[in-house]
Design a protein around this ligand. Structure first.
Ligand code: GRF
Length: 194
């Protein structure tokens, strides 16, 4: 299976997926990185790993439908089977959703449906929850609302700082996202997970 990864920032999850593919624990090909921030560190990580990159600036396009149809063309040319969001800080629109139904996957740093949206780790920390975690889910038109594929819990101890919780969440993400993607590839996606 051939995946495109969409990312906007640091790309630590992008790097974890690259590493898993290189080790052979994720049997898939990363065909393309799509990035809406040309100066983001994830772009450099992709270049180092010899992964083709398509960057764009959303503001330079008249609408989401316009830039998503350009992305679609890139995905088709790269023969992409599924899309992996890894810190892509933008809602996926109907153009991409219709082109890749049930083939777009997101990682979110909370136990959904708790704490959707931005700053989920901070929100959970400030709410004082004792257990948080990560969620991997199919993407629909909502913000972090699609069907849940897998979740993993992270315990917040009384003496944890926000920084501690962020570190623990990212550690779990880097292990669990590539593992779950491998399971999805083996199980042909929604057939077994719905
Ligand atoms: C991750 O915490 C992920 O859950 C969220 O965005 C963050 C991306 O981090 N959707 P990185 O760019 O992979 O380091």
């Amino acid at each position: 299976k051939r995946m495109a990864i969409f990312a906007s920032g640091t790309g630590s999850n992008f790097q974890a997926i690259v590493d898993a593919v290189q080790k052979g624990s994720l049997q898939a090909t990363i065909a393309l990185l799509i990035c809406d921030k040309p100066e983001a560190p994830v772009v450099e990580k992709a270049k180092r790993a010899n992964i083709p990159v398509f960057t764009f600036k959303p503001k330079e396009f008249a609408s989401k439908a316009v830039f998503e149809s350009i992305i679609c063309k890139q995905l088709q040319d790269a023969k992409v089977d599924f899309i992996v969001l890894a810190g892509y800080m933008r809602l996926i629109g109907s153009t991409l959703l219709q082109a890749y139904p049930n083939k777009i996957i997101n990682l979110h740093p909370s136990l959904l449906p708790a704490f959707p949206g931005k700053e989920a780790i901070k929100q959970a920390f400030q709410a004082g929850v004792k257990i948080t975690g990560i969620t991997i889910h199919y993407v629909d038109e909502g913000m972090d609302t699609g069907p849940i594929i897998a979740q993993e819990a992270v315990v917040i101890h009384d003496d944890d700082t926000l920084f501690d919780v962020e570190r623990k969440i990212h550690q779990v993400e880097h292990i669990f996202y590539p593992q779950t993607l491998q399971k999805l590839c083996l199980r042909e996606f929604e057939e077994e997970f719905k």
